[in-house]
Design a protein around this ligand. Structure first.
Ligand SMILES: [Zn+2]
Length: 85
């Protein structure tokens, strides 16, 4: 799965990410991981609508990275407003 390559490149644990492929929901986040888009300067702490939409329409553009790797990105507004599950 192509997303694994991206995860490896940013040096994160691959964990369960991508394991299920495109079966509706984005890959699960592991501890300390966040979603990020290949382009842009935002990170996502949960599968908000933007993450889901990207996963549906452009799965290659969705990355799972270590939160440390999100340094310099800002948190998505939807994620910031969403309660932690
Ligand atoms: Zn978000």
């Amino acid at each position: 799965m192509r997303i694994y390559g991206d995860i490896g490149r940013v040096g994160t644990r691959s964990g369960a990410a991508g394991a299920k492929g495109r079966e509706g929901l984005p890959p699960q986040l592991g501890p300390g991981q966040v979603y990020a888009m290949k382009s842009g300067w935002v990170f996502h702490t949960g599968p908000c609508q933007i993450v889901r939409r990207t996963w549906d329409f452009n799965p290659e553009g969705l990355l799972v990275i270590d939160a440390e790797g999100a340094d310099g990105r800002r948190q998505c507004g939807s994620c910031a407003a969403a309660p932690k599950d």
